[in-house]
Design a protein around this ligand. Sequence first.
Ligand SMILES: Nc1nc2c(c(=O)[nH]1)N[C@H]1C(S)=C(S)[C@@H](COP(=O)(O)O)O[C@H]1N2
Ligand SMILES: [Mo]
Length: 315
Amino acid sequence: MPFRWNPELKPEEITPEEWFKQRRRLMRSAALVGAGAVLGVDPLAAMEKGGAGLGEVRPGVVTLNEKQTSFQDASGYCNFYELGSGKEDPARQAATLVTRPWSVWIDGEVGRPGRVTLEELLKPHPLEERVYRMRCVEAWSMVIPWVGFPLAELLKRFEPGPKARYVAFETVLDPERLPGQKRELLPWPYREGLRLDEAMHPLTILAVGMYGRVLPNQNGAPLRLVVPWKYGFKSIKSIVRISLTTEQPVTSWNAHAPSEYGFYANVNPAVSHPRWDQSKERRIGEFLRRDTLPFNGYGDQVAGLYAGMDLTRDF
Ligand SMILES: Nc1nc2c(c(=O)[nH]1)N[C@H]1C(S)=C(S)[C@@H](COP(=O)(O)O)O[C@H]1N2
Ligand SMILES: [Mo]
C-alpha cells in the first residue's frame, strides 16, 4: 500500500510566498546581527522559521579534497521528476512543494513503528557536514557538502527486528504539491530501497541541508537519502515513509525499466547502461570528462558489502 498524504495533517496557514518572504527577512537580519545570534544553535528552530541556516552543524568525518560544485549548479540542475523532467524544472517549480508540517512513517519490521513529525525525527541526531561525490546514471557528477546524519542512527532508534533485511523508502504522494505525479512518467510514489547492511553503512546519510543551509525543495526537502557509492536515483527525495522489510522492495526506476536500472545501482564503470557510457563522467562545472571510479571512489569502504556477488548480473 503506498503511503498517501494524510489530509488530516492540516498544513499551517502559511503559503510558499510567505515562507520566502520570512526567509528573506531572516537572511537580512542574519547579515546584520550575525548568523549565530539570529538563528540560534537549535537546527530545528532555524528550520521551522524557514531559516537559511541550520544552526549548529559539526564538521563531518568524511570530506573530500575536490572542488565543490557551486550551490547554484547543485540547486539549479536537478533530477526530481515530480517537479518536471527538465533539469531546471525542479528549481522553477520548487514552491509547490510545501514541506511543513511534515512527518515520516516508520513501519514494517521494527520494534517501535509509528508516525513521527520531522522535528521529533531530527531532535536526537546532531547534524554534521559530509562532502560527497555524487554520480548520476546520466554520466554527470557533482561534489556536494551535505548536512545530515547517519541513517543507521535513526534505524537503530526504531529497533529493526530479526526479520528485517531491506529498507524501503517512499517520497510523498501528493499531486498538488508534486504536479509531475499527474503524469505517468514513473510509478508513483517514487520508491527506493537498500539492503539493510547498505542502509546501516556509516556512509549512508539522511540529509536535511546542503552548503550549510536547509535543503532547497528541488533537492528533496525536507529529508532525503544520500548514498554516495550508488547512482543518483537511489538518493530518494522528500521522504515520508521508511519501512523495514523481509523481501527486496520494489523500486520505481527498476519497475519502470528493469533492464536499465537495477536494484543495486552501484556506480560501476565496467557495466554499461544502454543509453549512457558509465566509464566516464562530466563533473558539472568542468569541461573535460573524467574517469568514473568503481563504487564512485568509495570502494575501500563499501566493496566488502558485495563480496561474492556478480555485479554484472546484480547491477
Ligand atoms: N523523489 C525523487 N527522488 C529522486 C529523483 C526523483 O525524480 N524523484 N531523482 C533521483 C536522481 S535520478 C538523481 S541524479 C538525484 C538528484 O539529486 P539532486 O537533484 O539533489 O542533485 O535525485 C534522485 N532522487
Ligand atoms: Mo540520476
